[in-house]
Design a protein around this ligand. Structure first.
Ligand code: PRE
Ligand code: MN
Length: 364
């Protein structure tokens, strides 16, 4: 008898649950719709005034047996879930999101295809110091089968008294050497007004970690027809990083390469903490090629090889590292740049690991 009554009551509860599920999803649809309207009007998704009104309504209408505080607590959870749904929808609507564009974006740099399945290396000196220095590095990279060379002309340094780079003169050196060796060159630009000029000299414009949220610079880079390598900010979340890429894409330039370069944590054993899991997350959430800068993330020459292996193993489209003819006298980052024998060993070991396929013969 008692059991029949229990079954009957549970049956009724199941019906109510079913209706609640339907109602919750009806509500979720409305919240999504509201989210879209707010997004199109540039409004904040979180609206505490609106939430307060709804909580007051509960107080006014509640006849028990639930206490008003209990219901308000439950509703607060519903608001939170609705907000998350709106944020999810927003993320999926981004131009750089995989939801919006499921296929991988392949950034073609004079025939070297980044993001197309083959993994590539970008290497070169931290700073462009002289024609002879870049010339020597370019020769070495060429011998190792690389097609992409980096080199800093504008150096945003922690101290204003440190070497600030050769500026436009550095860009000219890069251009001359790129033509001499048939290498593509990547260099950081720090001022929106220099972007137009950079287009003439460079094959890829880099936006550095310190400028990841320099929105005017991002918009300027988004307005030109030149691939952009965007580095993750020192303390930027993955979401902020993706939004920074969206700034570039929103202006029409979809040729973007993301570069994880370590984040600030309490750990002091390395210069920054390489967030290796950011690589598969960025690959899942966006359709852009993802690189890992092993030099600046670790700040340690002895960690370049293991972190490069990790990056390639975890699915990065390539690795970026620094090479200098004589790191001991380099004008910047002397502790972590590789000299030529070290670079050659680095390349050999990467190839031996089976994680990297040498392009030596392909570029002869
Ligand atoms: C909603 C969601 C989040 C806001 O903080 C306030 C309310 C809700 O779930 O009720 C919907 C909504 O976005 C809104 O009414 O503006
Ligand atoms: Mn450097």
């Amino acid at each position: 008898m008692g059991n029949e009554q229990l079954e009957e009551l549970r049956g009724q509860l199941d019906d109510v649950n079913e209706k609640l599920v339907e109602l919750m999803n009806e509500r979720a649809h409305l919240a999504q719709e509201i989210g879209r309207v707010k997004s199109s009007q540039g409004m904040n998704r979180f609206d505490p005034v609106r939430e307060r009104k709804m909580l007051d309504m509960i107080q006014e209408k509640n006849q028990g047996p639930f206490e008003t505080g209990t219901l308000q607590h439950l509703f607060k959870q519903i608001f939170k879930a609705s907000l998350e749904l709106q944020e999810d929808d927003h993320r999926k609507a981004l131009l750089v999101s995989r939801k919006k564009h499921p296929e991988d974006t392949i950034v073609d740099i004079n025939g070297t295809k980044l993001g197309g399945g083959e993994q590539h290396l970008i290497a070169g000196p931290c700073s462009v110091e002289s024609y002879e220095q870049v010339d020597a590095v370019a020769k070495e990279l060429k011998a190792q089968g690389l097609t992409l060379m980096r080199g800093g002309a504008y150096k945003p340094r922690t101290s204003p008294y440190d070497f600030q780079g050769l500026g436009e003169e550095g860009l000219k050196i890069l251009k001359a050497i790129s033509e001499k060796y048939g290498l593509s060159v990547i260099s950081e630009i720090v001022t929106p007004g220099d972007i137009e000029k950079a287009v003439e000299y460079l094959d890829v414009i880099q936006i550095g970690a310190r400028n990841m949220q320099n929105f005017e610079l991002l918009k300027a880079a988004g307005s030109v027809n030149k691939p952009v390598l965007l580095k993750r900010g020192l303390s930027a979340t993955i979401e902020e990083f993706i939004n920074a890429a969206e700034y570039i894409h929103s202006k029409g330039n979809g040729n973007i390469i993301l570069c994880e370069r370590g984040i600030r944590t309490y750990e002091k054993a390395t210069r920054n903490t390489l967030d290796i899991s950011a690589v598969p997350i960025l690959k899942q959430e966006t359709h852009l090629p993802v690189f890992v800068d092993v030099t600046h993330s670790t700040g340690r020459r002895d960690l370049l090889l293991p972190t490069a292996k990790a990056a390639l193993a975890v699915g990065a489209d390539g690795v970026m590292t620094e090479v200098h003819p004589d790191p001991a006298v380099a004008l910047s980052d002397s502790a972590q740049q590789m000299d030529f024998p070290q670079f050659s060993e680095f390349m050999n070991q990467l190839e031996l690991s089976g994680l990297y396929k040498s392009k030596k013969t392909a570029t002869k």
